[in-house]
Design a protein around this ligand. Structure first.
Ligand SMILES: CC(=O)N[C@H]1[C@@H](OP(=O)(O)OP(=O)(O)OC[C@H]2O[C@@H](n3ccc(=O)[nH]c3=O)[C@H](O)[C@@H]2O)O[C@H](CO)[C@@H](O)[C@@H]1O
Ligand SMILES: C=C(OP(=O)(O)O)C(=O)O
Length: 507
C-alpha cells in the first residue's frame, strides 16, 4: 500500500505541475491545507475515493480509474480506396533528442512544430518533474523550454521515465553539469532486449561511470583529464550518437566522434546545437567533430524536421489499399533506399520538385503513389544504419510484400523481437512465416480478410496491422491501440480524412 500511495502521490505532483499550480493553489481548490497536499504527494496520506475524484477534477486528469484502465480500440471497414493529400508530421525521434538536448541550454529553447505524441508527453513530464519550465504555445504546436539553474533530480517522475527508453539520453547533457546523480532505468516498446552498453562505452571517455541497481542507474563523473577527446562508438546507434554529441557539446575542447550515426534525428540535433553556438563538423557523415562550450546560454528557436517513418507509414497506407494519395513533406534524403526498393517492386509514384523544411536544411518532396501491381524483390529486404533502409521502416515492407506477387525475405537483424509481432498479419490472411526471430518469409499476393486482432505491444508492428486492416475487405477490430499514440499524432483521424473507415471505441 505505501508503494501505491507513493505512486499516486507522484502522479498528483506531476499533474499539478502540468497545470502550473502550486501546492497551496491546489489545496485551495480541494478545500484542504497545503500540508495535506504535500503529504499526498509524498505518499504519506491515505486517500478516500472522493478525494481522488476531487483531485482528478481539479487537475483535469483522472488520477485513478475505477474498474481497470480504459483502452482504445479501432473498428475498421477495410477494402476501401483512399484519396487526397496528407502531410507528414515532425518526428518522435527528433523531438525526444531535442527535448533532452534542451537541458544543455541556460537560455530559452523554443521548439516549433513538435508532434503531440505520448512519447513527447513522457519526456516533457520528466523534464517538468525536475523543475524545467515547459510551456506549449496557444495553438499547441510549439514548446518553450526554460531550464532552471539547479535541476531537482530527486523529484524525477520515475513512472514517466521508466516508460521511455529516451531517458537514457539524459546522461549526455547531465554529465557536464553534475558529478553524481541517479536516473531511473530506461523502458520502451517490446522489441526484445536492447542494450545500453554502447551508451556507457561512448560516455566513458567523458569521465562517466555508471552502476545499475534497484531500478536505477547511479552515474559518477570524473574529469577526463584531456581537453580534446576522440571517441569511437562500438555501434552506429542513433541515440548513442546523440548522447555523445550532447556530452561533447557541453565541454570546452574539440571532440571527434567516429562511427557516428548520420541519421535524421542526429541531424536535427546537430542543427539545434549549431544554433546554440556549438560548431559541428561533418553533419550527415559518420565522423563528427564537435567544438563544445562549457557555458551554453542562448535564446533559440528551432523548427523540427519531418519524420521519414511517418512518411513510410502513410505511403504504405496508399500502397496497400491500391490508392492514389499524395504524401506531403517527405524528407527525401531519408527515404531514398525505401523508394528505390519500392520501385524495384513495381510501385509507380511521382515526386514534386524539392523544397526546404522549416529548419532551412532538410530537403522535402511531395510523393504521389499510384495503384500498382507489385512483385516480390529479387533480394531480401534488410535495414542498415543510415543511409541504408531505415530499421523503423522495415516492418512496413512486410505488409507491402504481402500484397506483392512472389516470395519476399524480410530480414530484421537489428531487433531481437520485432519481426515476431509481424506474424499477426497471418490473422488477416497473409502468408507470413517466421523462419527465426529475425527473418520473415512473406508470400503474396494476399487475399486479405477482416479479423479481430490484439494490437502488438510495439509501435511500428501495431501500425502495420492497422494498415493491413485498411486493405482487408470487411470488418476488422484492432484491440488496445494506445501504443500507436506513442509515436503518431491522431493517425486514425488523419487516415479517416483520406477516406478510411475507422471508428474508435472504448471499453
Ligand atoms: C529515440 C530514437 O531515436 N529511437 C531510434 C533509435 O533507438 P536507439 O538509438 O535507442 O537504438 P538502439 O541503440 O536500441 O539500437 C537498436 C538495435 O540495433 C542494434 N544496433 C544498432 C546500431 C548498430 O550499429 N549495430 C547494432 O547492432 C542495437 O544493438 C539494438 O539492438 O534507433 C533505432 C535504430 O535505428 C530506432 O529503431 C529507434 O526508433
Ligand atoms: C523503436 C522505436 O523507437 P524507440 O527507440 O522510441 O523505442 C520506433 O520508433 O519504432
Amino acid at each position: 500500500m505505501p508503494e501505491q500511495l507513493a505512486h499516486v502521490g507522484s502522479l498528483v505532483r506531476s499533474a499539478r505541475r502540468h497545470r502550473g499550480l502550486t501546492q497551496a493553489q491546489l489545496a485551495e481548490q480541494l478545500g484542504t491545507s497545503q500540508s495535506a497536499v504535500h503529504r499526498i504527494e509524498q505518499g504519506a496520506q491515505n486517500l478516500s475515493l472522493d478525494m481522488l475524484t476531487r483531485i482528478g477534477a481539479a487537475l483535469d486528469s483522472p488520477i485513478v480509474t475505477v474498474g481497470g484502465p480504459q483502452h482504445t480500440h479501432l473498428r475498421v471497414q477495410g477494402g476501401v480506396q483512399l484519396s487526397g493529400r496528407i502531410d507528414v508530421n515532425t518526428s518522435k525521434n527528433g523531438a525526444v533528442a531535442l527535448l533532452c538536448a534542451s537541458l544543455l541550454n541556460r537560455g530559452t529553447t523554443r521548439l516549433r512544430n513538435v508532434a503531440r505524441i505520448v512519447e513527447v508527453d513522457r519526456i516533457v513530464d520528466v523534464l517538468r518533474s525536475v523543475g524545467v519550465r515547459a510551456t506549449w504555445s496557444a495553438d499547441g504546436r510549439d514548446l518553450e523550454i526554460v531550464v532552471p539553474k539547479d535541476l531537482d533530480l530527486d523529484t524525477i517522475d520515475v513512472d514517466a521515465a521508466r516508460r521511455t527508453r529516451s531517458i537514457i539520453m539524459f546522461f549526455g547533457p547531465l554529465l557536464g553539469q553534475r558529478d553524481d546523480f541517479f536516473l531511473p532505468y530506461a523502458g520502451g516498446c517490446d522489441l526484445g532486449s536492447r542494450t545500453v552498453e554502447p551508451h556507457m562505452i561512448a560516455l566513458r571517455p567523458f569521465g562517466l561511470s555508471v552502476t545499475a541497481s534497484a531500478g536505477r542507474y547511479h552515474a559518477r563523473v570524473t574529469d577526463p583529464g584531456s581537453r580534446d577527446l576522440s571517441i569511437v562508438l562500438t555501434e552506429r546507434g542513433d541515440t548513442v550518437t546523440e548522447n555523445a554529441l550532447m556530452a561533447a557539446a557541453h565541454r570546452d575542447g574539440v571532440t571527434t566522434i567516429r562511427n557516428a550515426s548520420p541519421n535524421y534525428m542526429v541531424q536535427d540535433l546537430c542543427f539545434y546545437l549549431e544554433l546554440l553556438g556549438v560548431r559541428v563538423e561533418g553533419i550527415g557523415t559518420t565522423t563528427l567533430r564537435v567544438h563544445g562550450r562549457s557555458v551554453i546560454d542562448a535564446d533559440v528557436e528551432y523548427a523540427l524536421s519531418e519524420d521519414p517513418v511517418e512518411a513510410m507509414s502513410l505511403l504504405t497506407a496508399g500502397i496497400v489499399t491500391g490508392s492514389e494519395i499524395t504524401v506531403g513533406r517527405v524528407p527525401l534524403e531519408f527515404m531514398e533506399i525505401e523508394l528505390a526498393t519500392l520501385s524495384e517492386m513495381g510501385l509507380r509514384y511521382t515526386l514534386s520538385p524539392e523544397y526546404t523544411a522549416h529548419n532551412g536544411r532538410t530537403r522535402l518532396v511531395d510523393i504521389t503513389v499510384h495503384p500498382s501491381e507489385l512483385r516480390a524483390p529479387l533480394d531480401k529486404i534488410h535495414p542498415m544504419p543510415f543511409p541504408g533502409l531505415n530499421i523503423d521502416n522495415l516492418p512496413f515492407f512486410a505488409v507491402i510484400a504481402a500484397g506483392a506477387t512472389g516470395s519476399t525475405l524480410v530480414h530484421d537483424w537489428v531487433y531481437e523481437g520485432r519481426a515476431i509481432h509481424l506474424t499477426d498479419l497471418t490473422r488477416l490472411g497473409a502468408d507470413v512465416r517466421l523462419l527465426d526471430a529475425h527473418r520473415l518469409q512473406v508470400s503474396g499476393p494476399t487475399r486479405w480478410s477482416g479479423a479481430e486482432v490484439s494490437c502488438p505491444p510495439a509501435l511500428r508492428p501495431a501500425v502495420v496491422i492497422l494498415l493491413a486492416m485498411l486493405a482487408a475487405k470487411g470488418e476488422s477490430v484492432l484491440r488496445n491501440v494506445d501504443i500507436i499514440a506513442r509515436g503518431y499524432e491522431q493517425l486514425q483521424e488523419r487516415l479517416v480524412e483520406l477516406g478510411a473507415r475507422i471508428e474508435t471505441f472504448r471499453d
